[in-house]
Ligand binder design. Structure first.
Ligand code: PLP
Length: 396
């Protein structure tokens, strides 16, 4: 009898998401009665607005419980197309929209549509943990472009240009960024897009946090920067962050017709449609604009206040420095002065002070950690006091 074959190369090579793991651990500790301050969450701490829930409940009652067209129900695809036209002047046909089971899945089918085995995909670091894993699952080769806080966590056009080889196919671009919260300005994005056009790269533009931008800044939709950029850009967004719908699993992908068609066909074999009645909730989010604007404004105001609170608190701790990022709901302080690896620092912080954070290592950002401020002001104040005590102990 021979031994069973080993697991596949995909199963052996994938690293599970460290952010989901730490979030699950923090939630389990809280459930066990431990006084954890968690800054690990990658999701708004607000509930989904009632009008969205009601629309989904009505759809459920109306029997919207069957398979739907794979790329999404027609009215939702049309509403997504309308919102791009209204918000950015980006005119797309509903057939260029794919509604998927989450923004994460939109990224994956977007990459699968354009990445073949051996293709190189450029990923600015710090990056969202899933990008390199998704590239590997496509058989591609992730190539990381390092940045640091001194450079505002932004890649430069020259850095991008220098990283391109004959095998490079895609740049993954994410602004506002998870994990840094950094938002690129329009001129900076134009300069990056120009390199992608010149070097014939696709751009996976992950605009998941487009509506969570502060200080009066406005988002830039990559695909609107000219026809050459439009035809090579796959735009990913979704409902998770803007409408506090993370558990609903609803994302969008917008791209050139052939790419959108390919992404829909990949989805048809791997997951089929996103939950049918959930899509009616998403439709309400896009159609009932006043209610949506109101709930978003309330959430943004809370995030903005907490962002400033956390930023000031972090910078008041000797040994920590932190940029005031302008988007999403994360800050990425520099903890390198303590001389510990980010894994050690975060593990000890959780152990000793019951403060959950995510180590920079998983984001390609050794020497940093990620804190989410999608939590209450009280948790931020208490967590920062514990962090300060922890850091003081390390400095002794
Ligand atoms: N892109 C980025 C940068 C994210 O941070 C996330 C979620 O954390 C996603 C995509 C995926 O969002 P979803 O929950 O819709 O899959």
């Amino acid at each position: 009898m021979s031994n069973p074959h080993p697991l596949s190369v995909w199963a052996r090579n994938v690293s599970p998401s460290p952010t989901l793991a730490i979030d699950a651990k923090a939630k389990a500790m809280i459930a066990a009665g431990e006084p954890v301050c968690s800054f690990a969450a990658g999701e708004p701490d607000f509930d989904t607005p009632d009008f969205i829930k009601e629309a989904a409940i009505a759809a459920l009652r109306a029997g919207k419980t069957k398979y739907a067209p794979t790329p999404g129900i027609e009215p939702l695809r049309a509403a997504v197309a309308e919102r791009y036209a209204a918000e950015y002047g980006y005119k797309v046909a509903p057939t260029q929209v794919v509604v998927s089971p989450g923004g994460k899945y939109s990224c994956f089918i977007g990459l699968q549509a354009v990445v073949s085995p051996g293709d190189e995909v450029l990923i600015p670091a710090p990056y969202w943990v899933s990008y390199p894993e998704m590239v590997k699952l496509c058989g591609g080769v992730p190539v990381k472009l390092p940045t640091d806080d001194r450079g505002g966590f932004k890649i430069t056009p020259a850095q991008l240009e220098a990283a391109v080889t004959p095998r490079t196919r895609v740049l993954i671009f994410n602004s506002p960024s998870n994990p840094t919260g950094v938002v690129y300005g329009r001129a900076e994005i134009e300069a990056i897009a120009a390199v992608c056009v010149r070097r014939n790269l696709y751009i996976l533009s992950d605009e998941m946090y487009e509506h969570l931008i502060y200080d009066g800044k406005t988002p830039t939709c990559m695909a609107t920067l000219g026809s050459e950029v439009e035809k090579r850009t796959i735009t990913v967004a979704g409902f998770s962050k803007t409408y506090s719908m993370t558990g609903w699993r609803l994302g969008t992908l917008v791209a050139r017709p052939d790419i959108a068609k390919a992404a829909g066909e990949l989805q048809s074999q791997m997951s089929s449609n996103a939950t049918t009645f959930g899509q009616y909730g998403a439709l309400a989010a896009l159609k009932e604009k006043d209610k949506a604007r109101e709930s978003l404004a309330a959430m943004k105001a809370a995030f903005d206040r907490r962002r400033k609170l956390m930023h000031a608190g972090l910078n008041a701790i000797p040994g920590i420095t932190c940029l005031l990022a302008e988007g999403a709901f994360y800050l990425m302080p520099n903890i390198s002065s303590f001389g510990l690896s980010s894994d050690d620092f975060c593990a000890r912080l959780l152990e000793q002070e019951k403060v959950a954070t995510v180590a920079g290592s998983g984001f390609g950002a050794e020497g940093y950690m990620r804190l989410s401020y999608a939590t209450s002001d009280e948790t931020i104040k208490e967590g920062l006091a514990r962090l300060a005590r922890f850091c003081k102990g390390l400095k002794k």
